[in-house]
Write a new protein. Structure first.
Length: 369
């Protein structure tokens, strides 16, 4: 038995080659291994399903040094080791959502590193997490890991090892450790009534990746999406250090509205002006063409009892529900500082916008205008 590796444009295929009559080979098309089948944060389990599993896990005695655990729905765990230092830990991995292995490695790493920034931390070390078919060209794996390693270095961290397993499809990500002053942790549920909500990246990458897989997204639109997904949230987080940020999360698989719902934590409400939400080129068009993700529809089911849309076009609803891979930071900021923070983020080249505000608890929880 032999295997044939073919590269078509930037898409790697692996074919099993079966001897036929002793002469040449016949390619069994049914056993093709495709590098990109759709992944990124669209591959996450739905938030509702995950919550039902987590709530049944046994809980040990509360450790006073554990400042943030999984019960808060936060982006990473925070463990205090001294009065001025805490460890931030996170893990993230997923299947490819783009065809190029190097680009996929960059995106997966940027996505994993983002959780450290969402907590207000600094990246220190990272470990590779690799699932890879034994029959696939190892050059593909090398390119994935090169992309990931470069992002860890850009973050100022050190890649210190990892773990790999043989699998029937490609998956890659990082386990990341960072540090933070325990007095300056950005919890995702510490927003206050009156806070302005700022989003630092455009929405719509899930819809664009779906359109790209069926050949509908333009090259320009995909370049914009890839540039966004490979950009570290490090730069936005560094700017935020001098502002009164009360809460922060990164917008990923549960979509903008799903992560906003978690920020409100059942104690507050929010008003969103959809006209101010930054959106990727072509995302609204492809949403209107129903080039959507299953994860986006899971997100709709998850937040349907908490969100009311008021004269918002269907396509914009879908963008707000769209699962983001390596999405931007969603910040709850002291209102008197919000405009200046928005300007500074924009001056740094980020498409940041004030998209709404947190208000006292009311019904519906989230109003989208």
């Amino acid at each position: 038995m032999r295997f044939l590796y073919l590269k078509q444009n930037t898409l790697w295929h692996v074919f099993k080659c079966v001897p036929e009559g002793g002469e040449g080979v016949a390619i069994n098309m049914e056993e093709k291994i495709v590098f990109c089948k759709g992944g990124g944060c669209t591959a996450k389990l739905g938030a509702g399903v995950l919550s039902r599993v987590l709530e049944k896990l046994p809980r040990g005695e509360q450790d006073p040094s554990l400042l943030v655990g999984y019960d808060s729905r936060d982006d990473a765990a925070v463990y205090k080791i001294s009065d001025d230092t805490a460890i931030v830990q996170t893990l993230d991995f997923f299947p490819p959502m783009v065809d190029d292995p190097y680009t996929f490695g960059q995106i997966a790493a940027a996505n994993a590193l983002s959780d450290i920034y969402a907590m207000g931390g600094v990246v220190k070390t990272a470990l590779n997490i690799v699932c890879f078919p034994e029959k696939m060209d190892l050059n593909v794996l090398g390119e994935i890991m090169r992309g990931g390693s470069e992002k860890v270095l850009e973050a100022g961290g050190s890649l210190v090892g990892g773990h790999s397993i043989a699998d029937d499809s490609v998956k890659y990500g990082l386990s990341v450790m960072g540090t933070i002053d325990p007095k300056t942790v950005y919890a995702n549920n510490h927003g206050q009534a009156g806070d302005a909500l700022i989003l630092t990246k455009k929405l719509g990458v899930g819809i664009l990746c779906t359109a790209n897989r069926v050949g509908e997204a333009s090259e320009h639109a995909m370049q914009e999406a890839i540039a966004s997904m490979t950009m570290l949230n490090k730069y936005a987080a560094e700017i935020c250090k001098t502002y009164a940020v009360h809460a922060c999360t990164d917008v990923t698989g549960f979509g903008f509205l799903g992560h906003l719902h978690e920020m409100l934590d059942g104690k507050l409400s929010a008003r969103i002006d959809s006209r101010h939400v930054p959106v990727m080129t072509e995302a609204l068009h492809h949403a209107d063409e129903f080039l959507l993700t299953a994860a986006g529809q899971r997100n709709r089911n998850y937040v349907k009892d908490f969100v009311q849309f008021q004269n918002v076009p269907f396509a914009m609803e879908e963008v707000l529900l769209d699962p983001q891979t390596s999405g931007g930071l969603l910040l709850a900021v002291e209102p008197v500082q919000a405009v200046q923070l928005e300007k500074e983020l924009q001056h740094a080249g980020l498409p940041a916008r004030i998209v709404g505000e947190i208000i006292n608890k009311t019904e519906p929880e989230i109003s989208v205008l």
